[in-house]
Design a protein around this ligand. Structure first.
Ligand SMILES: Cc1ncc(COP(=O)(O)O)c(C=O)c1O
Length: 442
């Protein structure tokens, strides 16, 4: 019999259920219960304020609860919550499809809309395979593409994401990403890169898979989860040349780097590279679940009716939120702010780092910024220090600043402020980070 009595704790005055109702699979960095968010801040029910430099893992680019985005969501929710894409058209969807198709030069582009980053990655792989008639995929070591089966097979950021879930979908090969700080020949400046990624890719083609069998190469223009690794300037342009040479589609996974995060609307613009497919999510709708791909229209046309889709993809409220998000990004100059605040954060961190031997590297692009922590004096000086990293993260939290970690060895502090963050907030974060490095013994 179905129990129709109110569930324990269902009333608004009832005490909150114990946190153990949430399964442990959601690894977490705080035990905070938050009541609301505003701009760069999260606020607890008793009024404690935290400077949120996680942006909900790179999602709230317009800040928490931006009034224009909230108004668009409220207005749309009062009209229609679900207008399924196989059944009807709706105005926010039509407007968003058209607007997305004009966000990148080149093309012409067509968009496809889904719900999560992983789901959009799945769409990109299906499209690459159907459009080329080729089976194999290449991804990069340190890359993260999501947690569904195909996305997991592409992911090589960390063992926990895939290690317990074999067998994974096959015909996926991993190439070397140019991680200049951890290069075999020694850490070096990306502007004088000596990483042998191109030779390694050539070896892969000669040892493991014919290039003519490869449908697509998927790459994060700046590696996210795997450690916030900014590639050397020549990497993406050369990868574009090589993929064209072999008839391989270049898929830019801009789930984390997109929508202004790196100081361009999409990070590929830093290098004037035109991918064949671009994957987007996170910042697209300020927190509502929405994702998608942009693909050259001739490619998108290869996905025939019914060959891909999903019940919720392109949800009407999420589309309304995305349109408002794009308005805010454009009209409030958030891409330029990402560049300026990013430069402020990076130079501040570099000067703080100079007096801390535990800081191995400081790097970033726009408001995607990282500090890599090592054990000074051990090994070749680049031995990862995840304990120090955890202590710094905790010391930041104790002082009211939320930051994430990243990296294969979880030894990178990753800083992802909302793109609306102010110079004063960045200064405050820098003061806290300096204190945290001292407190943690870096
Ligand atoms: C580059 C990249 N691709 C894909 C994903 C997966 O997105 P989602 O968690 O929305 O499935 C992420 C998530 O962090 C990501 O950073």
């Amino acid at each position: 019999m179905v129990d129709t009595a109110p569930a324990p704790g269902a009333g608004t005055d009832a005490p909150l259920p114990d946190r153990s109702v949430v399964p442990a699979v959601w690894s977490r960095i705080t035990n905070l219960v938050v009541d609301h968010g505003e701009g760069s801040w999260l606020v607890t029910p008793d009024g404690q304020r935290y400077l949120d430099y996680t942006s909900g893992i790179g999602v709230t680019n317009t800040g928490h609860a931006h009034p224009r985005v909230v108004a668009a969501i409220q207005a749309q929710a009062a009209k229609l919550l679900h207008g399924q894409q196989n059944i009807v058209y709706h105005e926010p969807g039509l407007r968003l499809y058209e607007r997305l198709a004009h966000l990148l030069p080149g093309g012409p582009w067509s968009a496809f809309l889904s719900n999560s980053g992983a789901e959009a990655v799945e769409a990109a792989v299906k499209l690459a395979r159907i459009a080329t008639g080729r089976p194999a995929m290449i991804a990069f070591r340190y890359g993260f593409h999501g947690r569904t089966a195909q996305a997991m097979a592409l992911t090589a950021a960390k063992d926990v994401y895939r290690g317990a879930f074999e067998p994974l979908p096959g015909s996926v090969y991993h190439a070397a990403y140019p991680y200049c700080y951890r290069a075999a020949g020694g850490a070096h400046d990306p502007s004088a890169c000596t990483c042998d990624w191109e030779a390694q890719l050539d070896l892969l083609f000669h040892q493991l898979v014919y290039p003519g069998k490869v449908a697509g190469i998927i790459v994060e223009p700046v590696i996210g989860e795997g450690g916030y690794i900014v590639p050397p300037p020549g990497f993406l342009p050369r990868l574009r040349e090589l993929t064209r040479q072999h008839g391989i589609l270049l898929i830019a996974d801009e789930v984390q780097t997109g929508f202004g995060r790196t100081g361009e609307l999409f990070a590929v613009r830093h290098w004037d590279v035109e991918p064949d497919i671009l994957v987007m999510a996170k910042g697209i709708a300020s927190g509502l679940p929405l994702s998608g791909i942009l693909a050259r229209s001739d490619l998108m046309a290869k996905l025939g009716p019914g060959s891909h889709g999903g019940t919720y993809g392109g949800n009407v409220v999420a589309c309304a939120a995305a349109l408002a998000t794009l308005d805010v990004i454009e009209e409030e100059g958030l891409v330029a702010n990402a560049r300026e605040r990013g430069a402020q954060l990076l130079s501040g961190l570099r000067s703080i780092a100079a007096s801390h031997r535990g800081v191995g590297d400081v790097r970033g692009l726009g408001l995607m910024v990282a500090v890599e922590l090592v054990r000074p004096g051990e090994g070749d000086g680049r031995v990862p220090d995840p304990d120090l990293t955890r202590r710094i993260q905790q010391a930041c939290f104790d002082r009211g600043l939320l930051v994430l970690t990243a990296g294969t060895y979880v030894n990178v502090i990753r800083i992802i402020p909302p793109l609306v963050t102010t110079p004063d907030e960045v200064d405050r974060a820098l003061r806290i980070l300096a204190e945290a490095l001292n407190a943690a013994g870096a």
